[in-house]
Design a protein around this ligand. Structure first.
Ligand code: BG6
Length: 473
């Protein structure tokens, strides 16, 4: 069990806290995965008392477990840019240490819109909160920071410099919750614990890789955040590139944070930049019809809600293999999946009856219906020799009776345990921004294609593959 801690959440009345962090913390509590002594302090502008803060979340007010959990919730009013809230927080933290006669590990979680990160970090420094509990050492302090990490390469670098000025790398947890998903963690286990895949996980056997990140919902009430960010930065720069890295990376030397992060960083670094010449056949931008009428979206906004990319990686393993990647809002259904299509074989034995048009397809379903499916070719029962497709299927729910821990539970648990393996290192982020910038640089030359809600994005996304004689699986 990890040490006693106090988690201070900045932006404690925001969407992330309400939808993800509090439910995850409550589940950890119910599963007995939190230490005896812990506190969660919400830091926000509203003038709440502790009780009002608790009431803000408690849909499960009547339940005994919630009441017990709620005793660990505290509230500190403060604005991000004024010192008084932070100074009050200092006193609050000191009194908790005194109460328990111990130095509680202090974790600061930035769950605010990214434009507040800088001022909060400055204030943490100014109020000396970043220095921990007064021993002159900051080993008792950690900082967790949500994506998007910067808005561009320059912004990411500046944020990194700011962080490095205040914290050591071992204290910094850059969150990309996709890395915490059970199905994403399983990619490496699947690839490297099953000896049958590694020998064929390369350009000699793989025809193409497709990654789909589809969301059925539009942007809902997140217009203020999303309109200034867009799908490429909201999903592409982080979740998509992390999925890509897990598929494309070389085998890490060991399953330790340094080696796994090295392997991820090298994969992202090896992506071939998109140039002005390759642009037309490599990038599609889309916006769903009706986006301009969404709440808080600016008039005539050109923000994309859909992207499709074709990218290549410059490694001996995958040189020349296209990775087709798409992500969008207001699409036909919720689906996150990696599909690896192997090269079709046409053995002389079957030449006369017709060879399969498509090779085997391995689908790693990230969500929903978490599982893995392998398309094989089999003889269709009957007197004649006919070939047909069949599926081998593994479904988490059926096999394990669960789809695993929620991503935020895993992320929070690892922060409490101080395990950084599932968190982005600064060089990974830098490389991903470097690649994204090669696209953004040409943004204005890429048409913004409209698409109807409930479809799979604009027609142009299908053409991206058609031009190569392929289709989305
Ligand atoms: C977030 C994005 O990081 O991930 C959202 O900001 C997106 O736009 C969300 O909806 C998807 O996460 P999940 O876990 O619900 O698939």
């Amino acid at each position: 069990m990890h040490d006693a801690f106090v988690l201070v959440v900045f932006g404690a009345t925001g969407d992330l806290m309400q939808r993800k962090l509090i439910p995850a913390l409550f589940s950890l509590y119910k599963n007995d995965q939190l230490p005896k002594n812990f506190f969660i302090i919400g830091f926000s502008r509203r003038p709440f008392t502790n009780e009002e803060f608790v009431d803000f979340f408690s849909k499960e007010k009547h339940k005994k477990e919630w009441k017990a959990f709620a005793k660990h919730l505290l509230y500190q009013q403060g604005t991000f840019d004024e010192l008084w809230g932070y100074e009050a927080l200092v006193k609050r933290l000191q009194s908790l240490d005194t109460l328990l006669k111990m130095n509680l590990v202090r974790i600061f979680y930035l769950a605010t819109p990214p434009e507040n990160y800088e001022i909060i970090l400055s204030m943490l420094k100014k109020s000396k909160l970043s220095q921990g509990c007064g021993q002159g050492s900051n080993q008792w302090t950690r900082i967790a920071i949500e994506k998007p990490f910067g808005k561009d390469l320059q912004g990411a670098k500046a944020l990194d410099m700011k962080l490095a000025d205040i914290f050591d790398e071992k204290q910094i947890f850059r969150v990309d919750h996709y890395l915490g998903k059970e199905t994403v963690q399983n990619i490496l286990v699947f690839r490297f614990a099953n000896g049958i895949f590694e020998p064929i996980w390369n350009k000699d056997f793989i025809d193409n890789v497709q990654i789909t990140f589809a969301e059925e919902g539009g942007i809902g009430r997140r217009g203020k955040f999303f309109d200034g960010v867009g799908e490429l930065r909201d999903i592409g720069q982080n979740h998509l590139l992390q999925l890509f890295a897990n598929i494309a990376m070389e085998m890490p030397k060991s399953f330790t944070k340094d080696d796994v992060r090295n392997a991820r960083a090298q994969a992202i670094h090896a992506i071939v930049p998109i140039s002005r010449h390759t642009l037309q056949n490599a990038v599609v931008r889309g916006q769903y019809e009706g986006y301009l009428q969404e709440e808080s979206v600016i008039q005539h906004s050109r923000t994309e809600t859909f992207i499709a990319l074709k990218l290549f990686i410059n490694t001996p393993r995958f040189a020349g293999v296209p990775f087709y990647i798409r992500a969008g809002k207001a699409l036909q259904k919720n689906l996150v999946e990696v599909a690896i299509t192997f090269k079709p074989t046409c053995h002389i034995l079957f030449k006369e009856i017709g060879c399969p048009e498509e090779g085997n397809i391995l689908r790693l379903r990230i969500q929903p219906d978490e599982g893995i499916r392998l398309k094989l070719i089999a003889k269709v029962p009957g007197p004649k020799l006919l070939l047909g497709d069949v599926d081998m299927h593994f479904i988490y729910q059926e096999q394990f009776g669960t789809t695993g821990m929620d991503a935020y539970q895993k992320i929070l648990l690892d922060i409490f345990l101080s395990d950084q393996l599932l968190f982005n290192r600064s060089d990974e982020l830098r490389s991903s921004w470097e690649f994204i910038e090669t696209i953004v640089r040409h943004w204005l030359n890429i048409p913004l294609c409209q698409y109807r809600k409930g479809k799979w994005g604009p027609e142009e996304a299908s053409k991206l593959l058609l031009q190569d004689g392929r289709k989305w699986v």
